[in-house]
Design a binder for this molecule. Structure first.
Ligand code: GA4
Length: 334
């Protein structure tokens, strides 16, 4: 983290970061791209999840109109009067949030809407939504993106030689599954121009996602960075691609594969000139789902690296943690 003698006002509660520069040769990261309908997709998915815990899906078949409609609704909501947005907040954890993330003091240069989804993957009644048009746009978008998440989990099962094919995806299609949807708006941050180039402002602080997988789509504004698993966890920028979906491996999938697939630390750095809008679908299992290595991923005599827990246990622990904590550590068998 960079420490300045006096950060500009309005940013004084948000951490500054040392950032890789987009032009640095060392910061180049060729994000693996997978076409799920191609032969060999299952092995490509497993390879990317093992090496990076991250990849992008291209030729995904999700209609552009569905994505554009939700983006337009999101832009409209975030441009609405502050009082209208505040009427959907403060996020606890659902609803409209402004700079505060979670319950334990994490702050970022963003505002967001966090929604829970019900068994039919529609926005739940417990989630405050600003309008029926935004609700409809989310429901339509989620129906498509949940299909993508289940295809990814089927590919993981196939690539790992796990049967049945829905051993993992079934955890998401289960009527009791715990799915969450988030829309983030990172306003342009002109104050950044007063900081040195190597210095960024935290948009969303570094963390891993607790769920199985997350599917992220953003507009064309840069900001997302991932930490490489090898190479000392070096941070690399992810070039934006508004036509692709990025898949992020979560902690639960790491445990279900006994650490073979690894969750990826990621963060968002604010942009000085352009707003960034991202929408993320988090595929979590049912609260009662046991999260333990699938028997077929364990080699002969291989023991679980983690003590047994349910998704409900893990979620409760996650919500007590700080964003950047290593949430799996307390569950690891020494
Ligand atoms: C990270 C992944 C999802 O965005 C999220 C986040 C949640 C929140 O924003 O309320 C958490 C964070 C996330 C993990 C640790 C806790 C809970 C903020 C936080 C400090 C919705 C989720 O499920 O976990």
């Amino acid at each position: 983290m960079v420490v300045l003698a006096k950060p500009p006002p309005a940013l004084d509660q948000i951490s500054l970061l040392r950032c890789p520069q987009p032009g640095d040769a060392a910061s180049f990261f060729g994000v693996p791209a997978v076409d799920l309908s191609s032969p060999g997709a299952a092995l490509a998915v497993v390879d990317a999840c093992e090496r990076f815990g991250f990849f992008k899906v291209v030729n995904h078949g999700v209609p552009t109109g569905v994505v554009d409609r939700l983006e337009a609704e999101a832009v409209r909501f975030f441009a609405s009067p502050q009082a209208d947005k505040d009427a959907c907040g403060p996020a606890n954890p659902l609803g409209y949030g402004n700079k505060r993330i979670g319950r334990n003091g994490d702050m970022g240069w963003l505002e967001y809407l966090l929604l829970a989804l019900d068994g039919a993957s529609s926005v739940s009644k417990a989630s405050p939504v600003p309008s029926s048009s935004l609700r409809d746009a989310v429901n339509q978008y989620v129906a498509a993106v949940r299909g993508l998440a289940t295809s990814v989990l089927e590919a993981v099962a196939e690539g790992l030689g796990v049967a049945p094919r829905d051993a993992l995806s079934g955890m998401v299609t289960d009527a009791a599954s715990d799915q969450v949807f988030r829309i983030n708006h990172y306003p342009a941050c002109p104050l950044l121009q007063r900081l040195p180039d190597s210095c960024g402002v935290t948009g969303f602080g570094e963390h891993t996602d607790p769920q199985l997988v997350s599917v992220l789509r953003s507009n064309g504004t840069a900001g997302l960075q991932v930490a490489l698993h090898d190479d000392g966890g070096r941070w690399v920028p992810v070039p934006p691609d508004r036509d692709a979906f990025f898949v992020i491996v979560g902690d639960s999938l790491q445990v279900l594969t006994n650490g073979r697939l690894k969750s990826v630390r990621h963060r968002v750095v604010a942009n000085s000139l352009k707003p960034r809008v991202s929408m993320i679908y988090f595929a979590g299992p049912a609260p009662a789902q046991r999260i333990a290595p699938l028997p077929q991923v364990l080699g002969h005599g291989e023991q679980s690296l983690y003590r047994d827990f349910t998704w409900g246990d893990y979620k409760k622990a996650a919500y007590r943690s700080r964003l950047g904590d290593n949430r799996l550590d307390p569950f690891r068998i020494q």
